[in-house]
Ligand binder design. Structure first.
Ligand SMILES: Cc1cc2nc3c(=O)[nH]c(=O)nc-3n(C[C@H](O)[C@H](O)[C@H](O)COP(=O)(O)O)c2cc1C
Length: 310
């Protein structure tokens, strides 16, 4: 066992790093680059029942502090990712599949098919998804979230994870965690998706920087690290039976370490991977090892959740 290796849901991971869904995972070429990278595992693009072209471009823009995007869930349809999951070499590294149905019915069709394929792939159900027009996304509509989880976990009885948007209010942490705790097969919680509906403005052109939604989009990168750490820690404290995957603002080994301290078992990289490419995993692993050595930690499991309060 190396310093960075860990186990999660019965799988062994060479290190805690993986991509965040949506980054470097649209097709076999992207995913192949992650397969040969130094990530411990990787996840496919959030998929829908049918393939989607997504929103008009430009729909992603990097900024000095992170990124903004309004991709509109472009993906090749769940059958494409399921075929890749069938062909995946699980002895090389574990694989996650992100599922993001546009309705409960769509999620049930996808989850039944994935269940029947009986693969070692681990499903991350994206709850940060559009719901009924005029209503908030699923994870911001607690009744819809509860109904979604009740129906999905009834059909799909193996462990799954949920990808959550950030919450900003203690009452919302409490309520979301209470709902998740009703479902024992929800084995992990990935925090966080992008902070939604931000607006980046370019001063020179006096314009928004992405085309969809009049420039409104989700932000990631430096903007979101403290919010991500808060959400990881909030769910780590409230859901002791579950594992947490940290996501948001990671671009150095130190950021990975902070996610582990907050309670993360694995750590995903979005914007920084998009900007630096899959070589980032070797750098993050090296930086994390150097930090663990300096602090005298023998492995990453010793770090998890050790955050001190004052
Ligand atoms: C271009 C892009 C596409 C994304 N697509 C998805 C997606 O399909 N599913 C998902 O759960 N999150 C998606 N996200 C959100 C990321 O997975 C991640 O939660 C967010 O960017 C925060 O991480 P970061 O600060 O490392 O970027 C996307 C993010 C970006 C930048």
């Amino acid at each position: 066992m190396s310093k960075l290796s860990t186990t999660f849901l019965g799988h062994t991971f060479a290190n805690p790093l993986m991509n965040a869904s949506g980054v470097y995972c649209m097709d076999a070429t992207d995913l192949g680059a992650l397969h040969t990278s130094d990530s411990g595992s990787y996840i496919t693009k959030s998929c829908t029942l049918e393939a989607r072209a997504g929103n008009p471009e430009p729909r992603y823009r990097a900024t000095p502090l992170g990124s903004i995007n309004s991709m509109g869930l472009p993906n090749k349809g769940y059958g494409y990712y399921l075929d890749l999951a069938r062909a995946h070499d699980y002895s090389h590294k574990p694989l996650f599949m992100s599922v993001a149905g546009l309705s409960l019915a769509d999620n049930l069709v996808m989850m039944r098919t994935i269940r029947d394929a009986n693969l070692p792939a681990i499903v991350e159900l994206n709850l940060s998804c559009p719901n009924v027009p005029g209503k908030p996304q699923i994870a911001y509509d607690f009744a819809a979230m509860d109904a979604m989880l009740a129906a999905v976990t009834k059909e799909y009885t193996r462990p799954i994870g949920v990808k959550m948007p950030p919450y900003f209010d203690i009452a919302h942490f409490d309520e979301a965690a209470a709902i998740l705790n009703r479902y024992p097969t929800v084995a992990f919680i990935t925090c966080i998706n992008s902070i939604g509906n931000a607006l980046v403005i370019d001063t020179e052109s006096e314009s928004v920087v992405i085309k969809p939604k009049d420039g409104f989009g989700g932000i990631g990168g430096d903007y979101v690290l403290p919010t991500a750490l808060a959400n990881v820690n909030a769910f780590y404290r409230r859901c002791p039976e579950k594992r947490v995957i940290g996501c948001g603002g990671v671009k150095t080994g130190e950021h990975v370490f902070q996610h582990l301290l907050a309670g993360a078992s694995l750590v995903q990289v979005g914007t920084a991977l998009q900007e630096e490419g899959p070589g980032i995993f070797a750098r993050l692993n090296a930086e994390l090892i150097a930090l663990l050595d300096r602090k005298g930690y023998k492995n990453i499991d010793e770090v998890r959740g050790r955050l001190k309060t004052l």
